[in-house]
Design a protein around this ligand. Sequence first.
Ligand SMILES: [Zn+2]
Length: 362
Amino acid sequence: MKTQMRFKCNSRRPPFMAISIGFLAAATLMSAQERKVTRLTDGVYEIEHAAHAGGNTTVIIGDRQVFVVDSCFLPSAAREDISQIREWTDKPVSFVLNTHFHNDHNFGNRVYMDAFPALTIIAHVETKKDMDMFGPGSLMREEKDSYGNRQILETMLKTGTINGRALTENEKTEVEDMLARQPVVIEELRKVKFQSATLTFDHDFSIDVGNREIQVKFLGRGNTPGDAVVYLPKEKIAVVGDLVVYPIPNMIDGFPVEWIQTLQNVAQLDADTIVPGHGPVMHDKSYIYLVRDLMKSAVDQVNEKLRQTAPAMFQTLDEIKGGVDLSPFRQRFAGNDKDLGEAFDDVSSRLVKLVYEEASSR
Ligand SMILES: [Zn+2]
């Protein structure tokens, strides 16, 4: 699972088998996203990248040092961020913290290290393990998937259809954009090597970067085995990585049963500003609770089905799927937006698959 592409994470494009209506709907939705900077408080900024450039970056400036959360994916985007940081402050970036191993949050590490040679790159010990395993293959995977995806995307354009239905104008534009972006991304990756973390932690620690305390916490597994959360107690800001992705959660892999509790732990932080892994800054916890409730519903329904029938190991995914209905959440996530609705359907069926796989391994 971990080596696969995901529409927003790991490498932001799925293996060509996974180009589905839901995937294309999500890609179309996100293609409108432009780079955007939000000032969270004096000296703390969120940078929301264009979707293909990677996840959110948060910049925390102290009196002595700068602490950056996630270095995004495209080296050119990381360079643009560093130029912007240098406009904000003459203090060096001393730390980059990677919230998890998906390379849309850490492929820019090398660019930061080149710019700030004394840099320390921090990750949870499990995150570093996965970064070391999957990070160096990023270019190879991009090239391989690029080849497979290109054939599928070109066929879509030629036939004007996806899975037997006509492509919308927006989808057609997104397919064309994806085809145009592929060689640019490959070329960028060829020029920069993957840089893993240089310092690990396994539970939590705090650091003062100069009149600014930063706490780094492991609140449990969720999106990956080593999700880190960054918390500024004085400013009441929490940076939560892909434990929370807006507007549709990222659930290609992960640990839904534990993720529910981890989200509960995140929600208990005394924070009034929450930076998700993708999407705009949030000022309340309602979306966190919504994601938690979606996962809880999936887990409860799968468990109920297993109780009534047989342990998961004696059942197929299709048998389980029939007994799980997540449609009550569709409206709450997607409203009446057709693209969001299709992306939600895609993610909810992946969620049920994850829950089934977790139950099968018990
Ligand atoms: Zn991500």
